[in-house]
Design a protein around this ligand. Structure first.
Ligand code: BGC
Length: 452
């Protein structure tokens, strides 16, 4: 059951990755069909992150109110409406914008509810691994759309861009069907005083003795929670560092420059003067594949060596490979151009094995139950803010600074991320959500949690 829940909830990440990757392949066709001006292209691109941002900020609140499962249900429904609008014959530029906005809404919901739901139903010794599956699905979504883009680009008669979007209906239908068989989160049930139902769900998730132990722990934790308004609770002395961590992990994740590569890989490969258009497209699909494969490193090690060590290696690895790219593109030695390309692949490995999945893993772990929904919302919403800032500023940086300095800038950001995790990151591996909450509510500094 635990694996089934994780698989369905993680699939929502696939929709996120799919949308991130597909636009680069279909933009040209859309631009031609609707004769879009540059600012219309900007709006078509921008409405998706805007919708995601709006919905991410309110999802936690709604999930606290009506439950995790109904919110999960809304993801495939809103996503499918968006896709069907895009595929409908009567689409205009305005309808396209509405459809992309809806896709954004569904993705904003998914980035909050996917990790949160998995974390609240998983046993503590496999929670990190299972939430990492959410990131795995994101990477699969990106890879799938890259592959579709490549197939489309190499066909003599191009596929209709509508059909490329329609492929997104496969995972969303699977999520919709799967969601019928999912139970509600036992922690949410307890928070609504539905203890009997919570017990039944816990017995589906754990062995009988573990289930009653877990129930006692959850009930005890809820009893200790003070009844205050949500916003007051979020900004108490104990929760402030937790919220700051949730947001800063995504700040450093995005400032590492990952989406500059995910969105602009073909342009970057061209700047590295790697070869023909097809070579750059193939290299881009290669990036997508390595991104998927390296996520398995995180799945393998997140419970063994823990979040902290994995993060440290990730930031060290990304900083070093970005610095190498900066140096090699600055020197620009024709025989050594492959070194920059190899460093780019090394960067993706370091990212996918650590900085990619870990903020998603830690986001629902660190917040106490009464602020978990809203805290996750603010953290995941900030992901979209930083994502948009980094992606939008890249062409400007590239134009003014050139490729070497721009990459040096991201290398410095990763180095700053390394110093940050060394000093402030707690360790949450193998700890129940209730043990983490007990530490947060104690007077001890949050950063010392799990660090002996
Ligand atoms: C990030 C995305 C990124 C993806 C790449 C995710 O963890 O939040 O912005 O595109 O990883 O795999």
């Amino acid at each position: 059951m635990v694996y089934f829940i994780a698989a369905i909830a993680a699939l929502t990440g696939f929709l996120f990755g799919f949308d991130e990757g597909i636009m680069s392949g279909v933009l040209k066709n859309i631009k031609e069909e609707f004769s879009l001006t540059d600012s219309q292209v900007g709006i078509t691109m921008g409405v998706l992150p805007f919708g995601a941002l709006l919905s991410a900020f309110v999802t936690g609140r709604i999930a606290d109110w009506i439950g995790r499962r109904p919110v999960l249900f809304s993801v495939p429904i809103i996503f499918s409406v968006g896709i069907l609008l895009i595929c409908s014959g009567w689409i205009s530029y305005e309808v396209l914008c509405i459809a992309r906005f809806l896709l954004g809404i569904s993705i904003g919901i998914s980035v909050v509810i996917g990790p949160l739901y998995i974390a609240e139903t998983a046993p503590e010794n496999s929670r990190g691994k299972l939430v990492t599956c959410f990131q795995l699905a994101i990477t699969l979504g990106i890879f799938f759309s890259y592959a579709l883009n490549l197939i489309n680009a190499s066909l003599v008669t191009q596929l209709s861009w509508r059909w490329m979007f329609a492929a997104g209906l496969i995972p969303s239908t699977l999520i919709f069907i799967g969601a019928f068989f999912l139970p509600e989160s036992p922690r949410w049930l307890c928070s609504k005083k539905k203890h009997k139902e919570a017990e039944v769900v816990l017995q589906q998730l754990h062995s009988k003795s573990q289930a009653s132990k877990a129930l006692k722990e959850i009930e005890f934790t809820i009893k200790k929670e003070k009844k205050t308004s949500l916003w007051k609770a979020l900004f108490t002395k104990q929760i402030r560092p937790v919220l700051a961590l949730g947001i800063l992990l995504f700040f450093f994740q995005q400032l590492s420059g990952i989406n500059v590569i995910i969105y602009y890989a073909p342009i970057i490969f061209q700047k590295m003067q790697l070869g023909s258009h097809l070579v750059t497209l193939l290299a881009t699909v290669g990036i997508g594949a390595v991104n998927v494969l390296a996520t398995f490193i995180a799945i393998r090690f997140v419970e063994k060596i823990g979040r902290r060590t994995l993060f440290i290696w990730g930031f060290a690895g990304t900083a070093a490979s970005l610095l190498l790219i900066a140096i090699m593109t600055y020197l620009d030695i024709p025989e050594l151009r492959w070194v920059s390309a190899a460093a780019l692949f090394a960067y993706i490995i370091a990212f996918a094995a650590s900085i990619g999945p870990l903020p998603w893993v830690m986001m629902p772990e660190i917040f106490p139950l009464n602020v978990r929904g809203q805290g996750s919302s603010l953290s995941a919403g900030s992901n979209w803010v930083f994502n948009t800032l980094v992606v939008a500023s890249f062409p400007i940086l590239l134009h003014n600074w050139g490729i070497s300095l721009t990459f040096a800038f991201y290398a410095i950001a990763c180095f700053a991320g390394l110093l940050f995790v060394l000093r402030y990151l707690p360790e949450t591996k193998q700890l129940s959500l209730e043990k983490i909450e007990a530490h947060v509510r104690s007077k001890k500094p949050f950063r010392l949690l799990g660090r002996d």
